[in-house]
Design a protein around this ligand. Structure first.
Ligand SMILES: NC(=O)c1ccc[n+]([C@@H]2O[C@H](COP(=O)([O-])OP(=O)(O)OC[C@H]3O[C@@H](n4cnc5c(N)ncnc54)[C@H](OP(=O)(O)O)[C@@H]3O)[C@@H](O)[C@H]2O)c1
Length: 280
């Protein structure tokens, strides 16, 4: 049976499901089948990136599925090496050609790369590509409040969402508060911490047992209740179904607070602090 996912509305009016599918490492024919099968069971928001080299795979999955294009929300991302205005415009076009799609629902700047100092220029290109109808909604990833404030000051336009590393070991409370105050949605990458030791955590196991759910389901439900949009990646039909089956239970306040105690300052998976870390 198809799972029904709740929806949210972005600051520009576009609606999104509150949970999506990550696709990093889903490539080629196998990847297209895995993504198509996720669409079949109810996923509507699909996350790709120019740098994952699978925009073509995602486009192929969209064509293999029988779900109308307008019901899907496809996201891609601009790499750091193409942040000058002219390169960004051409890269967005190239992203669309690779996927063989007419538009992306969401297009994000992948990393701010503050040292090269081109992200405002890249943002202007996204604003213009939206006006040209190539993109329905524009956002960013890994932007700190200082980067977001600069976008607002220099272009007058804030992103519809910011996709950031977020899981119980690194819960980004301050960043999330900034988003909430400025009506920018939070999207969570590596929402189950790439299935590391988080999935053996005792506190989470106790909560999972209370609800008859798995630890992954408890974590994904926690994201939803924080108001964040998790995009767990799974190639397996069983785990895709497990990850989407989280709309039939609620964590109480005490459980939310217990999960909040798991965060730690060094909780990032690979120490990718956007103030310093760069990706091209
Ligand atoms: N913007 C950025 O800078 C950025 C950075 C990183 C990631 N992302 C995006 O975020 C997406 C998600 O993050 P991620 O892929 O890094 O990590 P993730 O979704 O937290 O974890 C994926 C891993 O968990 C396993 N898994 C999935 N569901 C499971 C379950 N129920 N039980 C046990 N294991 C499970 C998957 O294996 P199987 O496939 O075998 O199930 C895979 O190894 C990415 O795919 C990508 O689209 C964006």
């Amino acid at each position: 049976m198809n799972q029904v996912i709740s929806e949210i509305r972005l600051n520009d009016g576009l609606t999104l499901p509150t949970l999506g599918l990550g696709t990093y490492k889903l490539n080629g024919n196998e990847g297209a089948n895995a993504i198509k099968q996720a669409i079949d069971i109810g996923y509507r928001l699909i996350d790709t990136a120019y740098n994952y080299e699978n925009e073509g795979t995602v486009g192929e999955a969209v064509r293999r599925s029988s779900v109308p294009r307008e019901e899907l929300r496809i996201t891609s991302k601009l790499p750091g090496r193409y942040q000058t205005y002219d390169k960004a415009i051409v890269t967005i076009q190239e992203s669309l050609y690779r996927a063989n799609l007419d538009y992306y629902d969401l297009y994000l700047i992948h990393w701010p790369n503050p040292k090269q100092d081109l992200y405002v220029e890249a943002w202007q290109a996204l604003i213009d590509a939206k006006k040209q109808g190539l993109i329905r909604s524009i956002g960013v990833c890994n932007f700190l409040p200082e980067h977001l404030e600069r976008l607002q000051k220099e272009t007058g336009v804030l992103p519809s969402l910011n996709q950031i590393e977020l899981h119980p070991f690194f819960n980004q409370e301050e960043q999330r508060q900034w988003h909430e105050k400025h009506n920018v949605k939070t999207e969570s990458w590596s929402p189950i911490a790439r299935a590391n030791e988080l999935l053996e955590n005792e506190v989470l196991q106790q909560i999972a047992d209370q609800h008859g759910k798995s630890i992954s389901q408890v974590i994904l439900r926690w994201h939803i209740q924080l108001g964040a949009i998790p995009i767990p990646k799974s190639a397996s039909p069983e785990r895709q179904l497990e990850n989407i089956s989280i709309f039939d239970f609620t964590l109480n306040e005490e459980e939310m607070e217990r999960i909040a105690t798991l965060t730690r300052p060094d909780g990032r998976l690979k120490n990718q602090d956007p103030a310093f870390y760069e990706e091209f």
